[in-house]
Design a protein around this ligand. Structure first.
Ligand code: DGJ
Length: 728
């Protein structure tokens, strides 16, 4: 049993893989946090209780002079009643009062894991994979019940948390803050690692020490965004890729998020994670429930790499779903960087013909095939095939592409509406807007109000009509701006601030409907590159286009950062022509980088010389041979592109019989010693043959003494080293 409760000490203990999480109900009914970290065997952990009574200016509850909520370690802190740190829950009464006092009511240990209605969440493949603790707290005065859920995964260092709030009283409650989880650590000797960025520069790694006050990651854009990811690691200051304690926090949500590490006056750290309280308010009427998104907590005693491998496994097997979860993903050619808006059916078929010579699996027709869409000024919302532009009906194009031996995929940007579109002319009110105020444009477009049932129904029907009209195997779902004028005239005034969250719920409803209707289609999420790369989207779409920046050397940083928490099989990555910034890199280097992802192409194959087409064919053969390793193997980062001219990582199969090492050198250094790469994750006693290197070495030699890489003489060199165990 992964979850234990000791009735005498009132201590809960959750064991998840090699980690333990413990909390205690105090005699006064408060739920105190005791411990989160490496597995411990004692259940009598009451000595870890931190009451914090007696600090000046930290008040105590009337019934508990021995403690202060301001300095205690709490599981779900409340606003307005004596804890001056960030609250997880803040509620406004009808009379304008705001103060919550939650006390323990009951608990239940559930086998398996309940679903989160209307929200993406991790799931179990077998009920024995995890147990869930549900602890119910209540504020009798408010008529508020809060059930805290903790799902402990038996075989993995992962716990997921969420909360369900219920109005059991007779007055309307306004939720002002409803975070998914809070973890009160007794110390603050941590570094925080986060993923920041911008368009074409997503998920760069940043590491800094915590400081008093707060380190806050958040989105106020309506989507998770390019700028900050809903992910953070808190780790020991000495933690490295391989060593030291680290905690990962990730929100399964695609809208405004908050991830905050607040160091308190006593030197503790409160980690808060959930929907951003910024501009948020939710009316909870008597009898109604509100479910927060799920937060994922991962523990590692083996450095940052341990967090990565736990999350990769969890997301690969317990978050991504459907037929494509484990299936080898197709190698695709996307026409965006080949043609932009300037294409017709003949051009696409010509690309497909070349693609067939390189053994590419699928052609994806990107933006520009519908409505009036010759540039980014118009057409979004009119999901009708522009036959005049293509020169034929869609079905005919698909048949021609299939005749070349390729499957067919298509691009949509369903959440958007161009002011210059038939849809806008018919339904100007379907765009998010504030009556009387001008509409802010992004890429010349507005955002549809997905809180309106009619809009959701329109999108499901229009997209389905296209997808059912012919044989479509793949959809790229784009989203090219953030939300402004976040208002819906259809909602009562009191519910105006619900639109941010209702938008995300509306999006999830559409995605769920399309997943159910088209289980055979591979969906790829995209947002001007990787502007909405989050676990929420991964639940509906197992891959996300990493970045519009397809320059391979830039991509190393983007993919390295992304790999911190997202599986390699979820990273959309293509070989492009010499494109951004005009940087010239060899095809082999571009191919090597793209292989650490879903793999595909984004260039005009009709302009590629025959010898490069042949080289692509060989790269595709290699990718297919190694795809199981890259998509399902354990991932180890060996050299960071943020620290110099090198980048290296490796993939190891679960049984450790096979591995692939990728080494990339940006600028060559002719007079330097050859790099020595210490591998990771191999079986120390096993003998590995290095394919094509005429060498056999033991795992321990490769991991401790290292592998010597020939010193790259040129810029942009890459090596792919395939290792296979040899018996005996
Ligand atoms: C942004 C995407 O990231 C690109 O790949 C491409 O699909 C364009 N949108 C099309 O407008």
């Amino acid at each position: 049993m992964a979850i234990l409760f000791d009735a005498q000490t009132q201590i809960f203990q959750l064991h998840a893989g090699d980690s333990t999480y413990a909390m205690q109900v105090s005699p006064e009914g408060y739920l105190f946090h005791l411990y989160y970290g490496k597995h411990v065997s004692d259940s009598a952990l009451g000595h870890l209780e931190v009451l914090g009574g007696g600090a000046s200016f930290s008040p105590n509850p009337a019934d508990a002079p021995r403690l202060s909520l301001d300095t205690a370690l709490l599981e779900y802190p409340c606003g307005g009643t004596g804890d001056f740190r960030r609250p997880a829950v803040q509620v406004l009464e009808e009379n304008g009062a705001s103060g919550v006092q939650l006390h323990y009511v009951s608990h239940e240990i559930l086998q398996g894991k309940p679903a989160l209605p209307g929200l993406p969440a991790t799931y179990l493949n077998d009920p024995a994979q995890a147990d869930t603790l549900a602890v119910t707290l209540a504020d009798e005065h408010l008529g508020l019940r809060v059930t805290l859920y903790y799902c402990a995964f038996a075989g993995q260092n992962a716990i997921t948390r969420w909360a369900v709030l219920q109005n059991t009283g007779s007055q309307r409650l306004e939720l002002r803050s409803i975070l998914s989880a809070c973890v009160d650590f007794p110390g603050s000797d941590f570094d925080m690692i986060s993923l920041h960025g911008a368009w074409a520069r997503e998920r760069y790694v940043e590491r800094h020490p915590l400081f008093h006050g707060g380190s806050t990651l958040q989105s106020r854009r309506g989507s998770s965004g390019h700028q900050l990811n809903p992910f953070a690691i808190l780790c020991a200051k000495t933690a490295t890729e391989e060593q030291g304690e680290a905690y990962g926090f990730h929100l399964v949500y695609s809208g405004n998020f908050l991830l905050d590490a607040e160091v308190s006056q006593m030197g503790g750290t409160r980690l808060s994670i959930g929907v951003n309280p910024y501009d948020f308010a939710w009316q909870l009427l008597p009898g109604e429930n509100f479910t927060t998104p799920e937060a994922v907590l991962a523990y590692s005693g083996e450095g940052l790499g341990g967090i990565t491998r736990t999350l990769h496994r969890l997301y690969r097997k317990n978050l991504c779903r459907g037929a494509w979860r484990d299936a080898p993903r197709p190698i695709l050619i996307n026409n965006w960087e080949a043609t932009y808006f300037n294409f017709d059916a003949d051009k696409l078929v010509a690309i497909a013909r070349q693609a067939a010579k390189a053994d590419i699996d699928m052609l994806v027709m990107d933006d520009g095939w519908f409505g009036k869409r010759e540039d980014d000024q118009s057409g979004l919302g009119d999901w009708f095939v522009n036959e005049a532009k293509l020169g034929c009906p869609l079905r005919e194009l698909v048949e021609r592409v299939k005749a070349e031996g390729l499957r067919f995929g298509i691009w949509f940007e369903p959440e958007m509406i161009s002011p210059d579109s038939d849809l806008f002319r018919a339904h100007p009110d379907w765009a998010l807007h504030i009556p009387g105020q001008s509409r802010t444009l992004g890429r010349n477009q507005c955002v549809l109000n997905l809180t309106l049932p009619a809009v959701r129904a329109y999108l499901i029907e229009q997209l389905s009509a296209v997808l059912e009209s012919t044989d479509i195997s793949y959809v790229k779902w784009d989203f090219n701006r953030n939300l402004t004028e976040v208002f819906s005239p259809a909602l009562p005034a009191a519910q105006g601030r619900e639109v941010w969250h209702r938008y995300v719920l509306g999006l999830y409803e559409i995605l769920e409907a399309l997943n159910v209707r088209f289980p055979q289609i591979l969906f790829e999420s995209c947002s001007g590159g990787g502007g909405r790369f989050d676990p929420g989207m991964l639940y509906y779409m197992p891959q996300t286009w990493c970045s519009d920046n397809t320059d391979a050397s830039e991509r190393l940083k983007i993919q390295y950062g992304t790999s911190l928490c997202y599986p390699i099989a979820s990273m959309g990555s293509h070989v492009a022509a010499i494109h951004q910034g005009g940087r010239q890199t060899p095809l082999s280097f571009r191919g090597g980088v793209a292989m650490a992802g879903t793999f595909g192409y984004e260039l005009d194959l009709t302009k590629i010389p025959p010898d490069e087409i042949l080289e692509m064919k060989q790269m595709n053969r290699n990718f297919r041979a190694w795809q199981k390793l890259t998509a399902q193997g354990d991932f180890y980062r060996l050299r960071s592109p943020f620290e110099g001219e090198e980048c290296a990582w490796m993939f190891v199969s679960e049984d450790k019989r096979e591995a692939l090492v990728q080494y990339f050198r940006l600028r060559g250094t002719p007079d330097a010693w050859p790099p020595r790469l210490r591998l990771q994750g191999l079986a120390p006693d096993a003998l590995y043959a290095l394919e094509g290197w005429n060498r056999t070495l033991h795992g321990d030699t490769l991991m401790h003494a290292g592998l010597v890489i020939p010193n790259p003489q040129q810029d942009y060199t890459d090596y792919n080293i395939h290792l296979k165990q040899v018996d005996g």
